[in-house]
Design a protein around this ligand. Structure first.
Ligand code: FES
Length: 133
């Protein structure tokens, strides 16, 4: 008897989840690298032990702190508050803009800056203080 109309309603669900797993190929920049951008700043004997001197290197202003006889530390002179250049004021750095103060090793003494001065990689070579800029 009567034909069965078998209507087949097929709905196809294409259930492909879209996995946005894009593999980022990260290239590791490790390993032994030749130091690049080493710049001479000042002769070590021009910085009395226990004091700091402000120097310019290109368009950067830096602070060379001779923390011990043969130990130096180079800091950025850029105040972390709003970017003025701090000045050496005997045993501390003082920012002329809003009076933030820092120890010679860059530690914050008083704000409005919220953090200390940035350290720059440095070394002494052949009596010359050099920084990696
Ligand atoms: S920029 Fe140095 S205290 Fe404001």
């Amino acid at each position: 008897m009567g034909g069965m109309a078998s209507t087949c309603c097929r709905r196809e669900f294409l259930g492909y989840g879209c996995l946005g797993a894009s593999a980022l190929a990260l290239t590791a920049c490790g390993g032994e690298e030749e130091p690049s951008g080493w710049t001479d700043l000042i002769r070590l004997d021009e910085v009395p032990s226990g004091s700091a001197v402000k120097v310019s290197a290109g368009d950067r202003e830096l602070l060379v702190h001779r923390s011990a006889e043969d130990e130096v530390q180079v800091l950025s002179a850029v105040c972390p508050h709003q970017g003025c250049a701090v000045e050496v004021d005997s045993q501390r750095y003082v920012c002329p803009c809003h009076d933030s103060q820092f120890e010679l090793d860059g530690e914050l003494i008083a704000g409005p800056a919220q953090q200390g001065l940035e350290t720059v990689t440095s070394r002494v070579e052949g009596g010359m203080v050099r920084a990696e800029l």
